[in-house]
Design a protein around this ligand. Structure first.
Ligand code: UDP
Ligand code: MG
Length: 197
C-alpha cells in the first residue's frame, strides 16, 4: 500500500499573533509535528556551509519574504526527516505560505504530495502584536527582527502580501479563524475545539 499523504494545517497570522505558542500547545495535546518556516530559515541562516545564509539573514532583518524554492525545500526536507523518524504524518506549518510566490511554489512542489486540511488564522490587532514582539525582543528572543524598525517592515509585508493569501483560502472555505488577542490559555481553548472536531 502506498504511504498516506501527509496532512498539513497552515498556521497564519501577523507577527506576534501567537502562531508559535499555539503550535507548541497543539503538539503537546495532539499528534502533530510543528514546523516553523521562520525557525527553519533561521537554522539554515546559521549553517556556515549554507549558500543561502546571507540572503536569508538580510531578508529576515528587512521583513522580506525569502524566495519559495529555499523555504519549500527546507519544509519538504523537514517533513521527510520527521516522517522517516516515525513522528507521524500530521503537520502544523507555521508562518507559511506568506505571499503569492510561496503559495504558487508550494502548490507546484508539494500540492499533490500533501493533503491540506485547513488554515488556522490567528486574528490579532496590530498594536497587540507589536507590543508582544517588542516584549519578546526585550526578554531576549535574540531575534534580529524583534525591533521597531524590522517590525514596521514585517507588518507591511503581512498586510500587503500575507493577508491576501489568507483571504484566498477563506474564499475556498478553508480558513478557521481564532481571536488571538486573548491570553494564550483562552486562545488554546478555541484551538483545541478545532482540532478535536
Ligand atoms: N520568512 C520567510 N518565509 C517564510 C517564513 C518566514 O521569508 O515562509 C522570513 C521573513 O523574513 C519573516 C521572518 O522569516 O519576517 C520571520 O518569520 P517568523 O515566522 O519566524 O515570524 P513570526 O511571524 O512568527 O513573528
Ligand atoms: Mg513565529
Amino acid at each position: 500500500m502506498a504511504a498516506e499523504k501527509p496532512n498539513v494545517v497552515f498556521v497564519l497570522g501577523a507577527p506576534g499573533a501567537g502562531k508559535g505558542t499555539q503550535c507548541s500547545n497543539i503538539v503537546e495535546k495532539f499528534k502533530y509535528v510543528h514546523l516553523s518556516a521562520g525557525d527553519l530559515l533561521r537554522a539554515e541562516r546559521n549553517e556556515p556551509k549554507s549558500e543561502f545564509g546571507d540572503l536569508i539573514a538580510t531578508h529576515i532583518k528587512e521583513g522580506k519574504i525569502v524566495p519559495v524554492a529555499i523555504t519549500c525545500s527546507l519544509l519538504e526536507r523537514a517533513m521527510n526527516d520527521s516522517m522517516k523518524a516515525g513522528q507521524g504524518n500530521n503537520f502544523v506549518i507555521d508562518g507559511f505560505p506568506r505571499n503569492q510566490d510561496n503559495l504558487d511554489g508550494w502548490n507546484c512542489q508539494m500540492g499533490d504530495k500533501t493533503n491540506l486540511k485547513f488554515v488556522l488564522f490567528f486574528d490579532c490587532p496590530e498594536e497587540i502584536c507589536i507590543d508582544r514582539c517588542i516584549s519578546r525582543g526585550a526578554a531576549g528572543s535574540g531575534r534580529t527582527d524583534d525591533n521597531k524598525e524590522s517590525l514596521k517592515k514585517r507588518f507591511e509585508t503581512y498586510v500587503t502580501s500575507t493577508k491576501p493569501i489568507i483571504d484566498h483560502y477563506a474564499e475556498k472555505n478553508l480558513v478557521k479563524k481564532v481571536d488571538g488577542s486573548r491570553s494564550a490559555d483562552a486562545v488554546f481553548t478555541d484551538v483545541q475545539a478545532l482540532f478535536s472536531s
